[in-house]
Design a protein around this ligand. Structure first.
Ligand code: ZN
Length: 435
C-alpha cells in the first residue's frame, strides 16, 4: 500500500516549484513526505491525515496525534481504485501545499488580515458609511409617525422597498456590524479555491477569505453599485414623503417649542400634577400638555422634513398632534403668571377638598355621624376587630355596659356611648356604610 502511495505522490512532489518544495519542507519538519498514520503494532490507519492537523500546531511525536474525526479525511484510502486513489492523493497534496503556505504566518496574523479585508469589503464599507441611514430606516419603519405622513400609498411603497433594500444589511448579525465580531473563530481551509472560511459559531456567521486576492466574500453578496443607489433612494423617498406633509412637520415644530417652554416651567407644572392627583376634577390644557410631553422624544434642534431628523421623533400617541394648536394658544404669553395663578387656585381647591372632622359621613333623619367620630370608630376597630363582633360593637357605641363589656374594660374605650341616642339598627347601618 505504501508503495502505491509513494508511486503516486513522488511525481507530484517532483513537478513542484522549488518555492513550493521549500514551503512543504518547512511545514513537514524537514523531509518531503506525505504523513501516513500508523497505529499500534505498525498497522496502517485506514484514513489519511488532514494538513490542518499540523497547521499552527505542535504535536508531540511520542504521544502521537489524537484520533479525532476532524484530523482525518473520511475516505478509506486502501479501498480506493487506482484512479480514485490518484485523485484523492493529488487533492491531499494540494491541501498540504496550501496549508504549508499559510503556515508561514501565524493564525493571529491571518485573522488580522481577515479583519482588515472584512472592513474594506465594498458592501461593509458602504454599510459603515451609511450606518446612520440604515439604522434610521429600520427605526422609522417601526415608528408610528409613518402613519401620519401623506400619502398612505407612498408609505406602503416605501415600506415595501425597505424590505428589499434592507435585506443584505439585516443578513449581517449585529456583532458583525461593521467589523468582525470579537468571538473566537474557526478557520476552515479550502485549498480547491485557495480560500479560508472564517466562521463564528456564536454568531452563526462566517465569511470567506481569498488568499491570492486578499479579499473576503460575504454569504450574501450584493451588486455594490445597485446597493449604493438603493440606500440613497430609500432615504430620498422618505424625505420626499416628509416634504409632502408640511403640516405634520410644522405641528412637530410647534410641539418642540411647547416642550421647550413647558420644560422650563417643570417645577410649577410638577406641583400642579401633584394637585391633580389629589383632586381628579382639576384640569387645564397646560397641565395636560405637560403630562403628554413627558412621554414624547424630540431632537434637540427643530425638526426638518428628513429621515435623519425625524427618526429622533418618538410620539407614543399620535392623537397628541391634534391638540397642539389648542395648547399653543396657552403658551403664547405670560406662561409663568398663568401657572402661578393656577397654582393658587388649585392649591385652594385641594385644601377645600381635603377631608374635615365635621364632614357628614352618614345621616339618618336627624342622626348625623361626622368624620371625626367615624375615624375614632375606625381606630378602635383596628385594635379590636378580632375580639369584638358587630353586635357587641353596637352595644359599646350605644353605651350599654353589659357584664362582658365591663369584663373586657371596653366601657372605658373612647367610643363607648358615642352613639348613645341612636337606635341600634341605625348604628348597624352606619357601620356597614363605613366599611
Ligand atoms: Zn461572533
Amino acid at each position: 500500500m505504501l508503495t502505491r502511495v509513494q508511486h503516486i505522490v513522488e511525481p507530484l512532489f517532483a513537478n513542484m516549484s522549488q518555492e513550493d518544495v521549500d514551503s512543504l519542507l518547512d511545514f513537514l519538519g524537514g523531509s518531503l513526505y506525505l504523513p501516513v498514520p500508523v497505529y499500534k503494532e505498525e498497522e496502517l490507519y485506514p484514513q489519511l491525515l488532514r494538513p490542518e492537523t499540523f497547521l499552527w500546531k505542535e504535536h508531540s511525536l511520542q504521544r502521537g496525534i489524537p484520533i479525532e474525526k476532524e484530523y482525518f479525511y473520511p475516505q478509506n484510502y486502501s479501498a480506493l481504485s487506482g484512479k480514485e486513489l490518484e485523485r484523492h492523493l493529488s487533492k491531499i497534496v494540494a491541501d498540504y501545499l496550501f496549508c504549508a503556505k499559510l503556515h508561514k504566518q501565524s493564525q493571529e496574523q491571518w485573522i488580522r488580515r481577515l479583519e482588515d479585508a472584512y472592513v474594506t469589503h465594498g458592501f461593509i464599507q458602504l454599510a459603515n458609511e451609511k450606518n446612520s441611514v440604515v439604522e434610521a430606516v429600520e427605526k422609522m419603519n417601526k415608528n408610528s409617525l409613518l402613519s401620519v405622513l401623506h400619502y398612505p400609498e407612498d408609505v406602503a411603497f416605501w415600506r415595501h422597498r425597505v424590505e428589499i433594500v434592507m435585506r443584505p444589511y439585516r443578513h449581517v448579525p449585529d456583532e458583525w456590524k461593521w467589523k468582525m465580531c470579537d468571538h473566537q473563530k474557526n478557520l476552515v481551509m479550502q485549498a480547491e479555491n485557495d480560500s479560508i472560511h472564517c466562521r463564528c459559531e456564536t454568531c452563526n456567521y462566517g465569511v470567506t477569505y481569498h488568499v491570492s486576492t486578499g479579499q473576503v466574500t460575504l454569504p450574501l453578496e450584493v451588486d455594490l453599485a445597485q446597493a449604493t443607489k438603493r440606500i440613497a433612494t430609500i432615504e430620498r423617498q422618505f424625505n420626499d414623503m416628509a416634504e409632502k406633509t408640511p403640516k405634520v412637520i410644522s405641528v412637530i415644530r410647534d410641539l418642540h417649542e411647547l416642550k421647550v417652554a413647558l420644560t422650563a416651567q417643570s417645577q410649577r407644572l410638577e406641583q400642579l400634577v401633584l394637585f391633580k392627583h389629589q383632586v381628579e376634577a382639576l384640569s387645564h390644557p397646560l397641565v395636560e400638555a405637560y403630562q403628554e410631553i413627558l412621554s414624547i422624544h424630540l431632537p434637540l434642534e427643530p425638526v426638518e422634513p428628513s429621515l435623519l431628523s425625524l427618526v429622533s421623533v418618538e410620539i407614543p400617541d399620535m392623537r397628541v398632534l391634534k391638540k397642539v394648536a389648542l395648547w399653543k394658544t396657552f403658551v403664547q404669553d405670560g406662561l409663568e403668571s398663568q401657572l402661578e395663578m393656577l397654582l393658587e387656585n388649585w392649591g385652594q381647591a385641594v385644601e377645600e377638598a381635603a377631608p374635615k372632622a365635621t364632614d357628614v359621613v352618614f345621616q339618618m333623619k336627624d342622626l348625623v355621624l361626622m368624620r371625626g367620630d367615624a375615624e375614632k370608630i375606625k381606630e378602635f376597630l383596628e385594635d379590636y376587630e378580632e375580639e369584638v363582633p358587630t353586635q357587641m360593637l353596637v352595644k359599646i357605641l350605644n353605651g350599654e355596659g353589659t357584664s362582658k363589656i365591663r369584663r373586657l374594660s371596653l366601657h372605658e374605650a373612647p367610643i363607648f356611648g358615642l352613639l348613645r341616642d341612636w337606635p341600634s339598627k341605625y348604628v348597624t347601618k352606619a357601620l356597614l356604610e363605613m366599611r
